[in-house]
Design a protein around this ligand. Structure first.
Ligand code: PRX
Length: 650
């Protein structure tokens, strides 16, 4: 794709923070932001040293940053700390043990509050269960759970003993889970009998059982009892958590971890079929998530914070588990769907728990708009003081609705741009400083040297669409792709070969005021409801079906989900009016990857448009899928007659 990207959006509205918000904010003036920002990029070692001193180190570090072996960054070298102690022990030691850490609510309406002291005890017991099952420092543990408190506990228990967690979102299929377990060579799995979703039980253990048929190296499957549905059992591999936990002690010393020891793997999609195990290490990640949470959400001691993401994604890792807990905040955690039992569930939760800071995704906001104003209007949302969004570009209409209907025209909105790979927020407004513009992720966070470049590495001027680049390392950056160093270098660090700069894969522009506007992916990654899927991954799922000869997958704009998946498929035996094949193929993709990857539309065709060299012309397919007519250069197309069929099959 060319790096000159069309941009059609021009937005002139701007919303400065209220004087009241500004007065109490951690960062409250433009001068303060600029002074700190300048220091953070010109003298990162000074800036980050000051931040890192807030964390409880077991042993001090020697050097803030070692970039000599780029792109392998080493932050806070020689230091030792433990992420679970940052999140828990320090608060208990500082007299905050009785503060509520997690106010959990299950979809059926059951509740559980955990103070920092209680959470520390639960995590320690969980850690002891893992140890008793032979899990050791450096082992990989797959976690496949619903959004129950045990999910946060499991993550922190791994961190406590130095095991590397690999959380797999509960919506992924057995096949996707198996691929991730195999790639990470996990030796233990933590799951539940099931989880609640829209009144139904998601049978998680059943998926695990199926996945583990192919994973002989997994010695333990630790099962939390949540839904009490029937489950199959395999001794001695399967262990009920509630039984195992009776046998262990309530305390567990946190393992002293080297700054660069891995904290977790999290799989994400890239532009090839195979998901990438993104590696994050301990100290830099903790420093980055601690500071971004504190400043972007402007956390104050009596805030009630709620991030609606699932811990199966990076947003849940950084902004449910590690960042908020490192800051000692009280947060809400919710298990289920936003429309269970009714479309006002989120607003009901906000009202009942007195939520003050609320962080969600644009796709959710668009669903709320569609469901109607009456749902938020039924509830008192006056405690809210700050709103956030993440995961995909937010259209100005949804932004304005969010501001008016949820934020009562008073709450600043932080539109945060970042990625699994960046570990923490990179572009964002600072709520006490930035005059926000609907649809813009605004400014680089501290330490983030962001620029818009062309493919030759030249910095582009105002309003020119180009490639987003991060020119300097930052603490919470990824440390690699598990088992694939070359792919790590090729994907992220080779776009501008003569300079070691990070390429996130997004297009963007900067307006004359210096605000960043994300234009979306420039590679073959589709963003459906804020979830990253690779076109190739969906294609290989399709062609694994015996009735498919070839498939090409593209994204088309969708009012609700941002993008929707459209697949062009050549069926074995040629095109017939066969609805059941398309349904069967949609189900097949859902089984292979998960429901989130199910195509919205499948068009059967006898051929795909290709260049003479045999490359599928995806740009053309994108236009056809979106119903766009655009003059395109068709001189390179090998089989122009196919276009009519592709269009006509709509
Ligand atoms: O394209 C960008 C989009 O989501 C991608 C990262 O996806 P993932 O690793 O799954 O992480 C999502 C949660 C951090 C990015 O490359 N994206 C994320 N946030 C925004 C966004 N696009 C526009 N605006 C955002 N605020």
């Amino acid at each position: 794709m060319s790096d000159q990207i069309d941009n059609v959006l021009h937005e002139n509205r701007s919303f400065p923070p209220s004087a009241e918000f500004q007065q109490n904010a951690h960062i409250s003036s433009r001068e303060q932001y600029q002074r700190m920002y300048r220091e953070s990029v010109e003298h990162p070692e000074v800036f980050w040293d000051r931040v890192a001193r807030d964390l409880p180190w077991i042993e001090p570090y020697e050097q803030v940053l070692d970039w000599s072996d780029a792109p392998r960054a080493r932050w806070f070298t020689g230091g030792k700390l433990n992420a679970s102690a940052v999140c828990l022990d320090q608060h208990v030691a500082n007299g905050k043990g009785d503060k509520v850490a997690i106010r959990w609510e299950g979809e059926p309406g059951d509740r559980r509050d955990l103070t920092y002291r209680e959470l520390l005890t639960e995590v320690s017991r969980f850690a002891n269960v893992l140890k008793a099952r032979g899990v050791r420092k450096g082992d990989r543990v797959a976690i496949y759970l619903p959004m129950i408190p045990e999910l946060a506990m499991a993550v922190l228990a791994c961190a406590r003993i130095g095991a590397i967690h690999s959380v797999v979102f509960g919506g992924f299929s057995a096949r996707a889970l198996r691929d991730r377990i195999e790639d990470g060579q996990c030796t233990a799995v933590i799951t539940a009998d099931g989880g609640w979703r829209r009144g139904k039980v998601l049978p998680l253990k059943r998926e695990v059982d199926e996945a583990l048929e192919h994973c002989p190296d997994v010695h333990t499957s630790l099962v939390i009892a949540r839904t009490e549905n029937d489950v199959a059992w395999q001794n001695p591999r399967d262990v009920w958590y509630h039984e195992a936990v009776r046998e262990v002690a309530d305390t567990c010393e946190p393992e002293p971890m080297d700054s660069e020891d891995l904290l977790f793997l999290l799989y994400t999609s890239g532009s090839t079929g195979k998901p990438k195990g993104i590696m994050h290490s301990t100290a830099g990640y903790m420093v980055g998530t601690y500071l971004t949470t504190r400043f972007v959400f402007d956390l104050q001691p009596d805030d009630v914070y709620w991030c609606t993401a699932d811990v199966g994604w990076i947003t849940g890792h950084s902004y449910i588990v590690y960042g908020p807990l490192a800051n000692g905040v009280t947060q809400v955690m919710y298990e289920g769907a936003p429309n269970a039992p009714a479309e006002d569930r989120f607003w009901d939760i906000c009202e009942r728990h007195g939520v003050t800071v609320f962080y969600t995704a644009p796709t959710a906001i668009r669903a709320f708009m569609k469901w109607g104003d009456e749902h938020p209007q039924k509830h008192d949302l006056s405690k809210l003081r700050l709103l956030g969004t993440v995961g995909e570009p937010i259209n100005p209409e949804a932004w304005m609705w969010y501001r008016r209907m949820i934020g009562g025209e008073r709450c600043p909105i932080v539109d945060t741009w970042w990625q699994t790979e960046t570990g923490g927020i990179m572009l964002t407004p600072l709520p006490g400083v930035t005059a926000t513009k609907p649809g813009s992720a605004c400014m680089p966070f501290f330490g983030v040297d962001a620029a818009i470049l062309d493919s030759a590495g030249k910095e582009l001027g105002a309003d020119q669409g180009g490639l987003l680049a991060i020119r300097k390392p930052w603490p919470s950056m990824l440390r690699g792709i598990w088992g694939d160093e070359q792919r790590f270098r090729d994907t992220y660090w080779s776009k501008w070969p003569d300079r070691m700069m990070y390429f996130p894969g997004d297009g963007a522009r900067r307006d004359p005021d210096g605000y960043f506007w994300i234009l979306g992916r420039v590679d073959d990654v589709i963003n459906v409801s804020g979830h990253r899927l690779s076109t190739m991954e969906v294609e290989s799922a399709l062609v694994s079906h015996p009735k498919v000869v070839e498939a090409a997958v593209v994204g088309r704009p969708d009012d609700l989900t941002g993008e929707a998946i459209v697949a062009f498929v050549i069926p074995a035996g040629g095109v017939t009016e066969n609805q059941s094949v398309t349904n069967e193929l949609m189900e097949h993709v859902a089984t292979e990857i998960g429901k989130l990857a199910r195509p919205a539309e499948i068009r059967l065709t006898d051929a795909l448009p290709k260049t003479r060299s045999g490359k599928i012309m995806r740009r053309l397919l994108r236009d056809i899928a979106a119903g766009r007519e655009r003059d395109q250069d068709l001189t390179t197309i090998e089989n122009p007659a196919i276009l009519d069929q592709l269009r006509g099959n709509a």
